[in-house]
Structures are given as structure tokens and as C-alpha cells.
Design a protein around this ligand. Sequence first.
Ligand code: T1G
Ligand code: NAD
Length: 709
Amino acid sequence: MALDALPEVVKTERRDSVLVVTIANPPVNALGVDVRRGLVAAINAAEADGTVAAVLIVGAGRNFIAGADIREFGKPPQLPSLPEVCQRIENCSKPVLAAIHGAALGGGLEIALAAHYRLAVAGARLGLPEVQLGLLPGAGGTQRAPRLIGAKAALDLILSGRHVAPKEALALGLIDRLGEGTDALPEGLAYAQELVDAKAPVRRTRDAAALADRDAQRTALEAARADTAKKSRGLFSPMKIVEAVAAAIDLPFDEGMALERQLFLQCVASPQRAGLIHAFFAEREVLKAPETKAAKPRPIEACGIIGGGTMGAGIAVAMLDAGLPVTMIERDEPSLARGRAHVEKVYDGLVQKGRMTTEGKASVMARFSGATSYGALAQADLVVEAVFEEMAVKKAVFAELDRVCKPGAVLATNTSYLDIDEIAAGISRPGDVLGLHFFSPANIMKLLEIVVPAQVSADVVATGFELAKKLKKTPVRAGVCDGFIGNRILAVYRQAADHMMEGGASPYQIDQALRDFGYPMGPFQVSDLAGGDIGWATRKRRAAARDPKAPVPRYVQIADRICERGWFGQKTGRGYYLYPEGARTGTPDPEVMAIIEAERRRAGITPRSFSDEEILRRYLAAMINEGANVVQQRIALRPLDVDVTFLYGYGFPRHRGGPMHYADSVGLATVLADIREFAKEDPLFWQPSPLLVELVERGADFASLNQSE
Ligand code: T1G
Ligand code: NAD
């Protein structure tokens, strides 16, 4: 392929005797088939042109190359493959230099490793993050990186997927030179000319000798193997990575490459790859809400928080961590002092751990102020209310905010369940009211539900998304209903768990089944962590609001019996589990089992056994079914919004992609059949979602509803 016939995404230009090859495939120069073909053609052309002495590869735009085109996975492969492209570069008879700026990740770093010389400028990020997609570096990364930097460093890079900055890359031996400036092209040209003037030889990474001391390399490998066995918790690709690097130590290069290919294709075929790649794209798609496309966010320079309790303090820390000034309002001085203490406690903890200096803490706390009079919020751009979960208290707070806040201020509530339309309707500027539902601990949990009331202006919603970006949160747009997306669905699958517990399964078996599925904790452990009293308050509120004419759903009273004893979980030393001396991991409690057996007798239930498999089917069917209702009622825009909510807010195992993606992987017809089976014993609880029924009838899946509007 002549240079003038190259695909648009690869451009070439001569600079004296250097052929500059520029990858220009926005947005991140992913190595799609055209880029691969263009790269091979460019190397062929350089090889054939006697006046070319060296080749310089650079990326256009913000990045060098962000890797293989992830969208191509799962589709029929197109040649040349990336390993072949890398082989072509490495086999070039003229020095090839890669000059890196921005991201050189995955296949992007593998291209650079196949080159003979590497330079990086300030701000570059180098890494092999394939493990985060359920994959392994499949274009020589597991064979070339160890030869260049040794097995230990290579395994750390590939198993963690972390990005390294240029200085560390130089120290590791990943690159040969640090660019002085930030523009890779002139830095690369200067280095290439230097190589030409010095008649520098080609230097194939396949021949690098960092693995020479085989024993030391094997020791590092065995340590990584043991560590991976302990830490990979059911993940497929980590152990494949260890096997591939073992080949780099034990096998000749080409045999190692062949084994890498086999292991790579096994990872591609694994459902975990599909789940992790779905999560990768879903967490980017959630940012694309109608309002963020339609409107510009309002400025956010100064923030206010009403309430300095568990959530108010956590939200204040999240804002302070983002560099924002925060004013906290509390009812009275003692409460304000408590609120400030909650905030300071977080930073004191960091200072104690040596992760912050006292000066650092002082400069952060300098942006924190507190008051008991709302007047202090007159200049706030955005205020988040986090007071008691009572409508009257919240309405009183919003009346105050309406009185004192400047025009254009965004007035947000952190309510978990209350009707935000009702709160908005109570003030003169309902268009400025938004739900910002943080999760506890608010300075840690990544999820932020952006709850959109009926009267809100689009730029207010866009401001919520902008705040999420500043706070490094993952925002999900949610409609107004009882519990929005997450807590609404949680309430349903928690009931399914309670039904199984009353029906004969122990809470400890249920928790174990969910941990085996990949959750860090089961539902009863989560209840003990969050505090049983919160759920109890919600159940009481719901019972009081229940429509007496509506059919009475099955109600399991076990949790109430436990809460009546004041056993709220970790904070009271016992809940479903016992937590001797403040232990974080609980032990099963025979007294709880006694309560459960008593409740079964009271409810006239003869307990039966549940297999782990059935526990999972019921628990996930309840989650998926209510997820479908939430999508159908447009509380969630798409199934992927439900997935991201559960990945970032409820511990759903990332490699399974989220409940709706998981449902597609199981088959919606199977899920529906299960629900219809379960409905035979409890038709009131197990009502198939009309959306689920419709999709099964149409032979469609949830993924078909994820296309951007
Ligand atoms: N392929 C396809 N699309 C990609 C992509 C990729 N590799 N990387 C990013 N995008 C899209 C992304 O979906 C978004 O699209 C847009 O680019 C901007 O991304 C054989 C097997 C590079 C650090 O894992 O980490 O190589 O939403 O919003 O915050 O060994 O993107 O605009 O439509 O994230 O500036 C390994 C993945 C691949 C790196 C930039 N590479 N990317 O972050 O922008 S596997 C990775 C990132 C591989 C080989 C193997 C980040 C970034 P849209 P963005 P950003
Ligand atoms: P909390 O009881 O820990 O704190 C509430 C704080 O509000 C108290 O410090 C109280 O003094 C203060 N307050 C009450 N009335 C006030 C007023 N009129 N003016 C100023 N301050 C006032 O409660 P929390 O757990 O932080 O919950 C706060 C809100 O966040 C609730 O709406 C809750 O539903 C919601 N929420 C809680 C969680 C959670 O896990 N705790 C998670 C998400 C959302």
C-alpha cells in the first residue's frame, strides 16, 4: 500500500531522513483495523525507501495510543492482528522510535515496546490495563515487558493495570528518555535525529536481557502466582497473565508469543471480558444524559451543606477534597461542633497514616466554615441539604434556602426516599431544586444519583453532573420515585432474601452464596454495616404510608425482631452477626437463628433447604425484574444506568457487568421462566415486569435498549 493510499487515520511525513508516522484516530487513537493496516504500510514504505534512516511514531490529539479498539472485541477479527503489527515494527531494519504523550495504554504501550527506542514527555501515562477489561496484553506485552523491565516489575504493571508516569517508566526501564517539554513531536524528532547521527542500531525488545537471572525471575513469578491465587477472587484473566509471564521466563520468544495468543483468546471468550467491557463503556455512557447534552452547567465555586451528620460531613469532605470552599449549617453550636469534628476526623486519620501533613490538613480546613444562621449561604452556588429524613424538617430547610440563597443557586437534597417534587413545589424557585443522592460514606462511595424532579431546569441537572465530575463521582440520572433507582431495587431483592430466610435458608448461607457470586459482602452483612435501624425506620415509614385497600404483601418480621432488641449491627456489636470487641468481620449468632426459627413457627412456615444456586436465582431475578420496571417507568434512562448504579453503589461484582447485563448473559427467557416459577407460590411478590415479558416476546435483550438516545 503506497503512502498516499494510507487510511486517513495514519499520516506520514518526511522530516529529513526521518519518516514521521502519526496515528490520528480520534478520540483516543485506538488501534482499529485501519490504524493497524496503516502502521504496517508505513513501516513497509520506510523499509523500501533507502532515503529513510529512521521512523518516528507519534499520536495526534491528547494521547499517543489508548490501546486496541475495545469495540472490536467479540467481533470477527480483521487482519493484520496487533501482534503482527508489533512484529512488523520490531523487525524493521531501521530504528523505530516511539515518542509518547498522554496515554500509551495496552496495545498502545505494546506498539512502543515493539519499537526500538522510547521517549515520553511530561504528563504521559504508560500502562497495560487489560486485566481491568478481563483480558491480558495480547500483542507481546507479556513477553516484551518482562524482557525489558524484569518479571517482578512487569507482573506488578500487568496484574495491577496501573498507569505509571514518565519518571517511574524511566526508572523501570520502560522508556529510554524523558522529554524536557510536553510536545512529543519535536522531542521525538530531536531524539530520532540523534539516533540517525549516531548510526544507532535497531534494538529489538525480544532480545532484551532483564530475565537473564532466571532463578530470581522465577522467584518473583511464584510470589506473584501465590498472591494472585489469594487476591483474584474468581477473576479469570489474572492467573492467565501469570502463566503468560512464566512463558516469557521459560520459553523462547516466539513460543511465548504463541502461548500468549492462546491465553489471550481464552480471556476474550470469557464472559468476564464481556462484563468488564460493558462496565467500561456503561460508566462513560451514563454521563450522556439529555440535560447534559442540552444545557451548560452553572458555575460551582462555593458550596453549602445543611446538616453535619453522617452524610453532611461526608459530602463536605468530598467537596473539600475537590478543592471547593464549604460552609456547613447546623441547628445549633453543639451540633455544628460535632459536624466539624466529623470532617476533621477524616483528615486526622489521613495525617495519622502519613497520607497527609498537618499543614495539608490546615489548608483544607481553611476552606471549611460553619454557621448556625443560613445567612452564611448568601453567596453559595450550590447547597446540599442532608438533615433528618423527615418531610417537614426538609421543607423548613428549603424555605430558609429560598429566602437567603442568591438567584441561580442550585438547591439540592440528599434525601434517600422522600418526594423531591413535593420539596420543590414548596418554594418559589422549583426549577433550581435537584436530588443529589450520595451514598455512605459520601467521601468514599463513587455513586451519585442525580435525581431529576419534574420542574427542574436542564442546566441545574447539568450542574449536578458537573459537580459529580469535580468530586470524581460516577453520576447516574434517576427519576423521582420511592428510593430512586438503587434503593428501590434494593428493597425488592432484600425482600426476596428475607423470604428465603423465613422459608428455610440461613442468612449466613445466603451471604456466602452472594460472596461466591462475587459480592464483597452478602445482604445481611451489608445491613449490619449500614445499621439495621435505617432499614427499620424505612419499613415503619412504608407501613404507615401503606394503602390499607391494597393487597397485603408478604412481610417477614425477622429483621424487626432483631432491631427490637437493639441489635443494629456493627455499631451495636451485634446484628445478624456477632462482632466481639468491635471486630469488622462477624460470626454467625445462634440467638439470631433461634429468632428465625421462632418466626417461622409464628408464621406457620415449615422450613425447607435452598441450594446456593436457587438462592442466587431468586435474589438476582428479584433485582433484574425490578430493574426492568425502573427502566420501563423511565426512572432509569437505560438498563446500563441500572448496571452502573449497582456497580458503583451496591457492590455488584464488576466482572458480571451489572444486573441487567448479567440478565442478558443468562438469557431473559430463563430469568422470566424463573419468575413465573416463583410466582406459583407468591404471585403478589413475583409479578413479571411487563418490559421483561415484552423483550422476551420480541426475542430482544436489555442491551438493545442501551443505545444512546
Ligand atoms: N477503544 C475504543 N474506545 C475507547 C478506548 C479504546 N481502547 N479508550 C477510550 N475509548 C473511548 C471512550 O469510550 C470514550 O468514548 C472516548 O474514547 C474517550 O474516552 C491487545 C487487548 C485513554 C485514559 O484499557 O483508559 O489494548 O464515550 O472518556 O477520560 O493488548 O479512555 O466519547 O463515545 O475515557 O480522557 C487497553 C482504555 C485496551 C485504555 C482516556 N486500553 N481507555 O480517558 O476519555 S485492550 C485501555 C482509557 C488492549 C491489547 C489489548 C481512557 C483514557 P465516548 P474517555 P479520558
Ligand atoms: P444524621 O442524623 O446523621 O444527620 C442529620 C444532621 O442534620 C444532624 O446533625 C442534625 O443536627 C442536622 N439537622 C437536623 N435538622 C436541621 C436543620 N433544620 N438545620 C440544620 N441541621 C439540621 O443523618 P444522615 O444519616 O446524615 O442522613 C441525612 C440525610 O441523608 C437523610 O435525608 C438521609 O435519608 C440521607 N441519606 C442517608 C444515608 C445514610 O446511609 N446515612 C445515605 C444516603 C442518604
